[in-house]
Design a protein around this ligand. Sequence first.
Ligand SMILES: *Cc1c(COP(=O)(O)O)cnc(C)c1O
Length: 428
Amino acid sequence: MIYKRSSALFAEAQKVIPGGVNSPVRAFKAVGGDPIFVKKASGAYLYDEDDNRLIDYINSWGPMILGHAFPPVVNAVIEKTKQGTSFGMPTEIETTIAQLAVSMVPNIDKIRFVNSGTEACMSAVRLARGFTGKDKIIKFAGCYHGHSDSFLIQAGSGAVTFGSPNSPGVTQGTAKDTLLANYNDLDNVKELIASNKGEIACIIIEPVAGNMGCIPPVEGFLEGLRTLCDEHDILLVFDEVMTGFRLAKGGVQELLGVAADIVTFGKVIGGGLPVGAFAARKEIMDYLAPVGPVYQAGTLSGNPLAMAAGLAMLTELNDNPEIFSSLTAKTEYLHQGMHQALVDHGVVHTINRIGSMISVHFAEGKVIDFASAAEGNNDTFKKFFHGMLAEGIYIAPSAFESWFITDALSYKDLDETIAAVQKVAKTL
Ligand SMILES: *Cc1c(COP(=O)(O)O)cnc(C)c1O
């Protein structure tokens, strides 16, 4: 494939934008080469500035669960735009989408909308601290909760890809209140709670991790966290920015039957516009301003365009629950096909999958936490990435990312992808 125009655009971008990108994961730093500039997208396909067609397995890092330029979302946004794009005053649609979200997700009574997943997680932790009157939080190595200071400690995906697990600019003062545990390691969490008795406000976790590849929780892990939180007056925060409205209508809480105290959302909930949200039962949410003492605000929060896109997306998912089984079936089909192709060519690998999230690790053993994810062979991944790209298949340019399956993918697309894996596996 030719990337002449993409390369030229990237050269221009680098002169005025750091690294030429507005979010580091878009750069190809981990795999080498220049990022591809997109012109447009439709359904399961991206069309780049050189008119190459790519089958997309990133889908804007999750939001496009029903494909790009999904007509109900596009139309809702066009219609809303004609009536003004932001007022900084309440609108009816905010209540409509809040009612729908609360009806779809278990264990939440109220929800507040913000503009990104980062904002949602940052606000959720402030709320947890305000509500419990405690300072410290526990997070897990390899989990990503956005780029706010207290989370940039072993933060998975982007941060790990670029080899800066702890970003300069995060003060010691902030870092000391974030305790780090190993994913899927309940004993480690118990030790941290014991050595910080009475000081922990919340445990924040991706209940299915998606920022070190896809790593589902081992049996009993989330249940164990729930029990520990109940015993020690700690709030359990599920970061469902990636999994919310993706793995089930009600996210991981519904899929795996474990209740969280606070849940955060992003990605799918905005249908491709900048939206995040956090939600909890009434007494926790009413701790927020203007009713409660914990301050949180946003000029463009809940703006009509974002709410129109989100409402159209959630309505579609709520009205057509078979989408989730269709997504799971497609992901399983892809899993089997890729596994067979890699086995046929003797490529050592582990594929993790749950619902419509899947990741291929070029590692020998099970991948259950950050350490085992990091054992994957990055040179093999680089070859795999560029090989797939040459076949017109776009996967994330990092071994630490999950793939996001969209329902717009046809079985023909999946077969084309599996055929590409067959071809590329020969070269690994
Ligand atoms: C993407 C992501 C975030 C951050 O969301 P942004 O909208 O990029 O700020 C937080 N948590 C998880 C689990 C994510 O996948």
